[in-house]
Design a protein around this ligand. Structure first.
Ligand SMILES: [Mg+2]
Length: 435
């Protein structure tokens, strides 16, 4: 990463230009001088806020500054975010709260205030949009930015603009970010994760292959717990092993995922930064190998699709007010059915049960070749699923769902199957999307 070659640098604290050879910034004495041979040539960035929820809470209550802080729900809940002090004590996100408190009994536990986090996340995004219109948010606190061609506008190269941005976020919002800068999305994202918090890592074209060779396969997008276990079973643990395999070989073994492994292991990633306006809907659908007419056979598919939609809503911190069911008959006729909810949702359970109701009316012996479920009328998550409006049973289900999501995040989808998909997951699981 940042190499010590004699190249000009940028002081990340005072934003002075540093001459070749100076280890510290001459102007302010800071050791945080950014140097890289390709610094002037890279323009794809990934910006990620550090321990976002915890950082916002610390900002708003300075007495928390030097204390371990955990954001999460209740004693039975799980850790949603924890600050770096809590991490040093062994706390991790998605950890059950009782375990986290075992590891770090002195931690201050704070209930998440989503409305506030959404507001702060928007502020950060507004500041990103002042740099370039090409901002692709990945979640409430991270986004890709493409700064190509903005040098004249800003009077500075992307690396400088990003260093200034990081400082500006600290000064004006009071939280910190980590920046990854590279020539493609994959490596920008890998880089931003490299020396958190307050990191700024650069991965250039020249070093991409050798850098990747030393990394575990798990840094590749889409290689989760389950797939990395498959790879480990085949004796593949590091990227240099992938680099030595032929594309055809990888494709034969792992299908389209093999192609992705081939490309990303070599730092080949041509995906562009896609600025996302407000999405109109979030949905997931699957085409069956064989047409299905039986309601009971469609139910687990609907459940799996609902969970996928819900996971995407949660990741994007949005919710939808209208549930949309889509069916395609064996003779290619499309049926869509909508139902509006009293308040927006992002919960798989509510999406599923609303969809189930509509599905019941459609299963009249017709054979279907496709089933899809989604939500539209998107809004931000602050208004979604108010506990006082949801009956007690479904509130419990909502809490359970939060726990299931955290486990899945940690152990992969297979770790938790609900009653509807249990044992039938192989058959019912929707096709993998390219997300
Ligand atoms: Mg983050």
């Amino acid at each position: 990463m940042a190499v010590n070659a004699p190249v000009h640098g940028i002081c990340r604290d005072c934003l002075s230009r540093a001459s070749p050879g100076e280890r510290r910034c001459k102007a302010c004495g800071s050791p945080r001088v950014l140097r890289h041979e390709e610094l002037g040539a890279l323009s794809i960035a990934h910006i990620d806020c550090d321990a976002f929820y915890a950082a916002v809470e610390k900002r708003d209550d300075p007495s928390l500054r030097d204390k371990p802080v955990i954001i999460g729900g209740g004693k039975r809940g799980v850790v949603s975010t924890c600050c770096y002090i809590a991490r040093i004590n062994g706390v991790r996100s998605a950890m059950p709260m009782f375990k986290a408190l075992e590891a770090c009994p002195e931690a201050v536990v704070i209930k998440p205030d989503m409305e506030k986090y959404v507001r702060v996340g928007r502020q950060v995004r507004e500041m990103m949009l002042a740099l370039t219109p090409l901002v692709e948010p990945l979640s409430i606190d991270e986004a890709f930015l493409d700064l190509s061609g903005t040098e004249r506008l800003h009077g500075a190269e992307p690396a400088f603009v990003l260093a200034r941005f990081a400082r500006q976020v600290e000064d004006e919002i009071g939280i910190t970010v980590s920046v990854g800068l590279s020539y493609c999305k994959f490596l920008a994202k890998v880089a931003s994760d490299f020396n958190k918090p307050r990191g700024f890592s650069v991965i250039g074209r020249d070093e991409a292959l050798s850098f990747l060779a030393q990394q575990p396969v798990t840094i590749i997008w889409g290689v989760g717990k389950a797939f990395s276990a498959t790879l480990a079973n085949d004796g593949i643990r590091t990227i240099d092993q992938l680099q030595r395999l032929e594309r055809a070989d990888l494709m034969r073994r792992y299908g389209t995922m093999g192609d992705r492994l081939h490309r990303l292991s070599r730092g080949m990633d041509t995906r562009t930064v896609e600025p996302r306006g407000e999405a109109k809907s979030v949905s997931s659908e699957t085409t069956f190998d064989k047409d299905i007419a039986a309601f009971e056979e469609l139910v687990p598919v609907l459940r799996a699709l609902s969970e996928r939609v819900s996971a995407r809503l949660k990741k994007a911190e949005i919710a939808g007010r209208t549930v949309v069911l889509k069916l395609k008959t064996a003779d290619f006729r499309i049926r869509t059915r909508n139902r509006q909810l009293g308040d927006p949702t992002r919960l798989a359970d509510r999406i599923f049960h609303t969809g189930l109701d509509m599905l019941k009316r459609e299963t009249d012996g017709t054979r279907f070749r496709l089933l899809g479920i989604g939500v539209s009328d998107l809004t931000d998550v602050a208004k979604a699923d108010p506990p006082d409006l949801v009956d007690r049973l479904s509130h419990k289900r909502a809490l359970a769902e939060g726990a299931i999501d955290s486990l899945r995040e940690k152990y992969g989808r297979e770790a938790v199957e609900t009653g509807y998909t249990f044992g039938r997951a192989k058959k019912a699981r929707p096709q993998r999307e390219d997300d």
